[in-house]
Design a protein around this ligand. Sequence first.
Ligand code: GLY
Length: 560
Amino acid sequence: MLKKFIIILITSILFIGCKESKVKGLITEKAMVVSAKKEASKVGSDILQKGGNAYDAMIATHFALAVVYPVAGNIGGGGFMVYRDKNGKKGALDFREKAPITAYKDMYLDSLGNVIKNKSVLGAHAVGIPGSVAGVFEVYKKFGSLPFKELIQPAIDLAKNGFTITRKQADDLNNATDRFRKVNNYKTIFDKEWKAGDLLIQNELAKTLERIRDFGKDGFYKGKTADFLVNYISELGGIITHEDLEKYVAIWRKPIEFSYKDYQITSMTLPASGGICLAQILKSIEPFDISKIEHNSTKYIQLLTEAEKRSYADRAHYLGDIDFINVPIDSLTATSYINKRMETFSWDKATPSSEISHGKILGYESDETTHYSIVDQFGNAVSVTTTLNTGYGSKVLVKGAGFFLNNEMDDFSSKPGTPNVYGLVGSKANSIVPEKRMLSSMTPTIVEKDGKLFMVVGTPGGSTIITSVLQNIINVVDYNMGMQEAVNQPRFHHQWLPDVIRMEPHSFSDATKKELEHLGYSILERNSLIIGRVDAILVLPDGKLEGGADPRGDDTAVGF
Ligand code: GLY
């Protein structure tokens, strides 16, 4: 898989600089779904073919991913959706997980106040109250057009009849076997040596999906499924109760909206940090004529890195669940504030992260996820990022119900200044409080030009989500790339702490890396490292759609 990806990257690099991009994604006339798995994209596209809208396709794709992409597709996790309807009205839905009612600030610390290794990552204590099923029903209530049963049935069929797993999926499952065994008190269906082409049948998951089909939201948050979940969590020593499940609601929120050059960008608001950070970073670089700077050159990496450092420092200090804390969103995204933050930027040398803190706000009152993008034949667009957090979440597979539960509690700041699984640090703003939502980096985004739909974009990748979405927007807007070409480009990432530029391996020249090191930057490349798996759709000048399905995974565009 890595070899295939490197060949595609090199091919893409060779084509940059040519006037006509030869790297093209799937082009369709009317509608498209791009997701992490071909089966799920096809389920969504079939729903559109039947006359369903993008929201119907969202529901069908979401459930299908829960079956065919168990590493991150889910009903036991949560996520965010940004939409733009055919009339240009935009909105956002938050179906992020919540802390259990009996959660408390120091629940991951030992008696000496140190973080207990893995308690927020593996097993029953890592689990937040799942939001995906509530999210899907909110979408259906507001926008659904086809009968709900028709939307969930393809996922039930895939779970019952099975699907063949890919090489990458076999590798992912085999890598997680030890942790499945460590966490669960029974032998799960995933506990075997997997190879590409094996059939995965999930009968218990099929039955859970049937209960959701027959009883709606209550088929998950009440009754048999809830009993399975609560009883198993209790067997494993966790703290989730029936009351936690019954109280969960998804929330419609006002998205973050801002302009970058001639483009209007709509992205997710808190508890997802994506929209705010994307606005901060794009506004930091806006005064520079990016298109005159060579793509992925030393100067380009330097400029983005310095903007990213400053934004992630603010993220760590200011951002958390706006239902619980006051966050000065307007001040943090104000051009005057951002220009001031960039005053210390110099082309001559790196600004060490130790010299960067969060900015001062005047009048302050206060690596596994998945993304799918959909555009329908009516002109509606949805951008959804959803997750269990790390691969297979907490690794808890609900006994009797056949689905994985998230380990989203690790996205809280267990102890101020102590990094989470993504190396992100946080402050009091993101501390654990009962029923609070943990801070996320998810960045489902929609871009418009001249008031018309231009791009739907998003990605998994933990802390790297924001910078991957950023680079794809810049690739298209400033470097005039097509969607697939933009998605294929090598990516890099800086998140303030740790003070390193992470780079995809074998993708950046030795000369560039040497120059960056000379300027004071530390570079981290790991052989297995990929940054994000972007799935995006671009509206071409003739109105057709171009898909960008990330070759780093099994991602596929399907449409008509
Ligand atoms: N679980 C990764 C994120 O929400 O940022």
